[in-house]
Design a protein around this ligand. Structure first.
Ligand SMILES: NC(=O)C1=CN([C@@H]2O[C@H](COP(=O)(O)OP(=O)(O)OC[C@H]3O[C@@H](n4cnc5c(N)ncnc54)[C@H](O)[C@@H]3O)[C@@H](O)[C@H]2O)C=CC1
Ligand SMILES: Nc1nc(=O)c2c([nH]1)NC[C@@H]1CN(c3ccc(C(=O)N[C@@H](CCC(=O)O)C(=O)O)cc3)CN21
Length: 298
């Protein structure tokens, strides 16, 4: 029997998405984000996460946007919290404010080292690494805690095995969910998952998906954060101007194929790095809906 695209779609297990946004820096950017948030909310994501923006600073903007989003929509909000730039005391105080404001999910990260810095230097009065932050959070209140993980190894890690062992420490400290750094080579995500399964790790494993709204920009960011750009991806965008509608079509195809492959391999919860843009994330929502139903907002 022939399997057309629709039949193949129906065979896939439902995909559930969470969406990541960051605090806008200008009034215009804020207006755009507020409009896009309406679209995201209507898609019924599992949760919306609010980062500190690349570089890790800007906690104030994160607190404001996270609490505002939580009060506006009946969708769980996860606030990103980095430990690199603040004392334990300051972090603990912020965390208590989140709890009081009803933000009960935290994405616990160390934070990027400042641009130009050679090595990350833990503050003597701070939480040194994400595992310390996770333990600190759980000691304050029963937050739902997500942590980052790296199918292509964190760029500052001495090697893949030690990076993996540090991940296990984050899990031992109480992490509830692993969100991967985006990774265009889906096989690497799957191998990473297999290793965790083999080691008996049962916490939720959520691949991070980066829709490529601007190939050149994402390529630049990827070089800094250790995400590889495979030759096939480079070839797909070769000669495609980012201002051309073809760019978006290629990007939507790349992201959808990755999500569908992951779903076919049993990974059905994905975290979309929306970077405040709605076009590609919403294309993903629509394309994946053919193979699934988005859960409705709680
Ligand atoms: N969505 C987002 O905003 C994302 C942000 N990031 C950024 O990536 C950076 C890394 O954050 P995390 O994954 O939380 O860092 P982490 O603390 O888990 O690891 C950072 C580095 O330190 C090493 N390390 C971890 N624990 C250690 C320990 N106890 N002793 C010695 N070395 C240790 C790791 O191998 C890694 O190279 C952060 O800057 C974060 O902001 C990464 C992924 C997603
Ligand atoms: N190491 C790391 N730090 C992060 O902050 C981070 C990740 N990884 N991975 C997941 C998401 C993706 N993030 C990203 C990814 C790309 C840009 C980016 O393209 N930045 C532009 C400037 C954007 C702007 O200011 O408008 C750039 O050219 O770097 C930003 C944040 C934030 N998150």
């Amino acid at each position: 029997m022939s399997r057309d695209a629709t039949t193949a779609s129906a065979d896939l297990p439902p995909v559930e998405l969470s969406i990541e946004i960051f605090p806008p820096k200008t009034a215009e950017a804020r207006e755009r984000l507020m409009a896009n948030l309406e679209l995201f909310a209507a898609a019924g994501p599992r949760f919306i996460s609010v980062t500190c923006g690349a570089g890790g600073s800007g906690e104030d903007g994160t607190f404001q946007l996270a609490t505002e989003t939580a009060s506006r929509y009946a969708i769980p909000v996860a606030a990103h919290l980095t430990c690199a730039y603040a004392s334990r005391e300051a972090i603990d105080a912020l965390v208590r404010r989140y709890w009081e404001q009803g933000v009960r999910r935290i994405v616990a990260l160390r934070g990027d080292k400042p641009k130009g810095a050679l090595h990350y230097q833990p503050r003597p009065d701070g939480y040194a690494y994400a595992n310390d932050l996770v333990a600190g959070l759980k000691a304050i209140a029963p937050f739902d805690v997500s942590v980052g993980c790296y199918p292509e190894t964190h760029p500052e890690a001495p090697d893949a095995d030690s990076d993996y062992r540090y991940l296990l420490r984050k899990i031992e400290a109480g992490a509830d969910r692993l969100i991967t750094q985006y990774c265009f080579e889906t096989d690497k995500i799957l191998r990473f998952r297999d290793r965790l399964v083999k080691d008996g790790v049962t916490v939720e494993f959520v691949p991070g998906i980066m829709p490529i709204h601007n190939f050149r920009q994402i390529k630049r960011f990827s070089a800094a954060c250790g995400a590889g750009i495979p030759d096939w991806l480079e070839a797909m965008f070769e000669g495609v101007d980012e201002a051309s509608p073809v760019h978006g079509m290629v990007a939507a195809t790349v992201a959808t194929e990755q999500c569908r492959r992951l779903a076919a391999e049993g990974l059905t919860r994905h975290h979309v790095y929306a970077l405040n843009r709605a076009e590609l994330p919403m294309a993903l929502v629509h394309l994946l809906r053919a193979s699934s139903r988005m859960p409705q907002a709680a």
